[in-house]
Design a protein around this ligand. Structure first.
Ligand code: 5GP
Length: 217
């Protein structure tokens, strides 16, 4: 989508769109936060949502919390790269910050569901790298949802029911990581990112670089 000169190598690089999807409770949010903290080349796409803010969430950091009218207005003016209805609420990815981050040579991280991933892939297939995070087991998924203590029992029950629907889309993703152990899952995600960054087509500056090398022979 964009070509940018990378300061440390001076090889023009094309930013990628890293999508993490999973059923709620599989550890995706923890993995995203860690990746953002440890890799300054990655920018989070902060979604808009019509759902209520949970305790501990911060407007503008976790989501931009908006109402249905504002959401519809964004859809109307093509302000969203993708959007979907999840658990009776609306979620969407604002276009402008994504384009801005890519144009600055950043990779953009998306914490979106399978519906959003499909839309993103249709729009920018070559730039999307999608990773599906699976929980190690259903009892463990349930335990993680309860231990979050952010949702009431009814919501947890609905999220468990929705997990099967979300998980049925695992085969549409480029990579699948089973989150048995957070350290290992994090190492897997960073390995995927490192390899994808090195793909030849993501380094359009390589031909100039190699030409420069050859000229010195
Ligand atoms: P939660 O309410 O737990 O934060 O998120 C519920 C689901 O909505 C998660 O699977 C999350 O990945 C997904 N989601 C969050 N933001 C977006 C978005 O902008 N687009 C889409 N399609 N899904 C999103």
């Amino acid at each position: 989508m964009t070509v940018k000169r990378q300061a440390e190598t001076s090889i023009a690089r094309r930013g990628l769109m890293l999508v993490l999807s999973s059923p709620s409770g599989a550890g995706k949010t923890t993995l995203s936060r860690r990746l953002l903290a440890e890799d300054k080349g990655v920018t989070l796409s902060v979604s808009v949502t019509t759902r209520k803010m949970r305790p501990g969430e911060v407007d503008g950091r976790d989501y931009h919390f908006i109402d249905r009218k504002q959401f519809d207005a964004l859809v109307e003016k093509d302000g969203l790269l993708e959007w979907a209805e999840v658990f009776d609420n609306y979620y969407g990815t604002p276009v402008a910050p994504v384009m801005d981050a890519l144009s600055r040579g950043h990779d953009v991280l998306f914490d979106i569901d399978w519906q959003g991933t499909q839309q993103l892939s249709e729009k920018a297939r070559g730039d999307v790298v999608s990773v599906f995070i699976l929980p190690p087991s259903i009892p463990e998924l349930e335990r993680r949802l309860h231990s979050r203590a952010q949702d009431d029992y009814e919501t947890i029950h609905r999220r468990m029911a929705k997990a099967a629907d979300e998980m049925s889309h695992w085969a549409e993703y480029d990579y699948v990581v089973i989150n048995r152990d957070l350290e290992q899952a994090f190492a897997d995600v960073t390995a995927i990112l490192a390899a994808e960054r090195l793909k030849r087509e993501r380094q359009p500056g390589l031909s100039d670089f190699v030409r420069g090398l050859m000229a010195k022979l």
